[in-house]
Design a protein. Sequence first.
Length: 85
Amino acid sequence: MARQANPALLKPLQLTPELEAVVGKGPMPRSEVVKKLWAYIKKNGLQDQQNKRNINADASLKVVFGGKSVVNMFEMTKLVSKHLS
């Protein structure tokens, strides 16, 4: 039997203006936010070359990451959650 997707993950969420500056206009589901966030990170070469788990924030991401210039991918998810409602 195919596993049902978690409805909470598909629910469109409101994004803060800071997050919208990076991923585009909301509302959008969390999964879409994460997908667009990674697309942005890859497009701008923000993934650390030595440690792939770290993201080097540019000016736009720094705002989303609460002022941090380097975050790891697990921390990123937690910080991005603050911009979803």
